[in-house]
Write a protein that binds this ligand. Sequence first.
Ligand SMILES: [Zn+2]
Length: 125
Amino acid sequence: MDEIEEQPTESAGKSRPWWMRLSVWAVVIVVSGIIIHSVFDIPSRTVFGALILGALILRVGFFFLQQFATPPPAPPDPGTLRKVKLLYRCSICGTEVRMTAANDEDPEPPRHCMDDMELVAPIME
Ligand SMILES: [Zn+2]
């Protein structure tokens, strides 16, 4: 739970353009490649291939970790919510839910029993 509370400070880091992050990765790969190539007797092709592959695997791993760590978006201001009257039913257990406010005219259906609920009908009153 502590990690989620620290998230707002990360938004400043995300504003950096993609080419800046890519060039940081490239500099790290080139510098460590030169060091490894000069210290050990390994062909540069092998060293750079391994470093690029390692960076790629690391980046994909971070991507999946970020998917778990990213908190849901902040709730919108009360004034931006739209009044809706929608009735949803769970097709598995039959639970019914009435939605009275949404941030969209056509909101995403809520989930129940690990599945999207079915829109029964807009409630007319
Ligand atoms: Zn259900």
